[in-house]
Design a binder for this molecule. Structure first.
Ligand code: PLP
Length: 395
């Protein structure tokens, strides 16, 4: 008997939840491939390299050695200690294992921290264009999303004068992301100091998304957590996905004051219970083992970035700044006269190159595209040739 389903009564809050377009474009690109079309994939933000061999072996050894059970919600003690040591060394602050929460990826840090801190009506300042999950989660919990526009003429760094104007009595949280997705912008030491000074001694916390901290091509990485007095006001988000090409292992971590770490661990108990135990043992090896694969991947990303920027700047209607970190380029396409979304769609369907509209990263992404350089030089060359041919024909 054919049954008619009753209308689904989703909770109201679901209407406020956004998404990450990269996954949708990937599905569309795969559908075109299934119809026989050849697509160059420059849409998704993950290294095309394999996880380093030593890390895979540590994961396999852990699986065979019985790390197949539940572990503590906040993470295995050996990994929390390893992360505490690593952050202490790289950010130059003392860190205790109780201040570390291990979660399945960098994303859950955003999810849990925003759930734990942001009340209805609280304002959260976040970069726009920026990683779409920030805005999505702020809206989801009923907070007020306050975008700070990252401008091309400032190399997509923070305009601190404008930032100051956005801070109000309702500001609860500020989100920073350096190196930055999607623009490749990198905050300088002075930027970080100026941002801290602008916040001053107001009761505001900072979620500092540093997932690309090891992918800086010019200059070096600076964390607000390293500044005097900022350790307890910063929630540092970092992880393994990008640095060690471990996106599918699902592991990341947050470093935060111990009382907040306890609250975040409770959210973990209520959702994932814990991060996979063998994955965590692979994480210990990633941070303590040989780092040469990280250096190799970074050298290759830089070479590809250079090629991509050079090629894009020769295409009609495109102009592209040199990003200083992460593995994306963010060309300005306003001179094409096309909107970002329409152009990204046409490039996918007619030129066979999957990339993202700048608007997938918020309203200030209009006028830009994001292309990932996490693909081979051969494929990057192929993509450049295709876009060039398409532009010559259509613009
Ligand atoms: C800025 C930023 N933060 C966090 C993440 C999430 O990483 P993970 O795959 O570890 O959840 C990403 C992934 O694309 C990212 O670009």
């Amino acid at each position: 008997m054919l049954q008619t389903m009753t209308p689904l009564r989703l909770a109201q809050r679901m209407s406020r939840l956004g998404t990450e377009t990269a996954f949708e474009v990937l599905v569309r690109a795969r559908a075109l491939e299934a119809k026989g079309k050849d697509i160059v994939h420059l849409e998704i933000g993950e290294p095309d390299f394999d996880t380093p061999q030593n890390v895979i072996e540590a994961g396999v050894k852990a699986l065979k050695g019985g790390f197949t059970h539940y572990g503590p919600s906040a993470g295995l003690p050996q990994l929390r200690q390893t992360i505490a040591d690593y952050i202490a060394k790289t950010r130059n602050v003392p860190v205790a294992p109780e201040e570390v929460v291990v979660v399945p990826g960098g994303k859950p840090v955003m999810f849990f921290v925003i759930l734990a801190l942001v009340e209805e009506g609280d304002e959260v300042i976040y970069p726009n264009p920026g990683f779409p999950i920030y805005e999505s989660m702020i809206n989801f919990v009923g907070g007020k999303a306050v975008p700070i526009q990252l401008k091309e003429e400032m190399d997509f760094r923070f305009d601190v004068a404008e930032f100051k104007k956005l801070i109000t009595d309702r500001t609860k949280l500020v989100i920073l992301n350096s190196p930055h997705n999607p623009t490749g912008g990198v905050l300088t030491e002075k930027d970080v100091r100026d941002i801290a000074a602008a916040i001053g001694d107001r009761d505001i916390m900072v979620l500092s998304d540093e997932i690309y901290s090891r992918l800086v091509f010019e200059g070096s990485h600076h964390s607000i957590m390293s500044l005097d007095g900022w350790k307890d006001r910063t929630i540092l988000l970092d992880g393994f996905s990008k640095t060690y090409a471990m996106t599918g292992w699902r592991i990341g971590y947050g470093v935060m004051r111990a009382d907040l770490a306890t609250a975040v661990s409770r959210l973990q108990t209520n959702s994932n219970s814990c991060t996979a135990s063998f994955t965590q043992m692979a994480g210990v090896e990633a941070l303590t083992g040989n780092q040469s694969s990280v250096d190799k991947m970074n050298a290759e990303f830089r070479r590809r970035r250079d090629r991509m920027v050079e090629g894009l700047n020769k295409i009609k209607g495109f102009s592209c700044r040199m990003p200083h970190g992460a593995f994306y380029v963010f060309p300005n396409i306003t001179k094409t006269g096309w909107s970002s979304k329409k152009l990204a769609d046409a490039i996918l369907e007619e030129a066979g190159v999957a990339c993202l509209s700048g608007t997938a990263f918020g309203k200030y992404g209009e006028g830009y595209l994001r292309l990932s350089v996490a693909n081979s030089i051969e494929n990057i060359n192929k993509a450049l040739e295709r876009i060039d041919a398409w532009a010559n024909k259509n613009l």
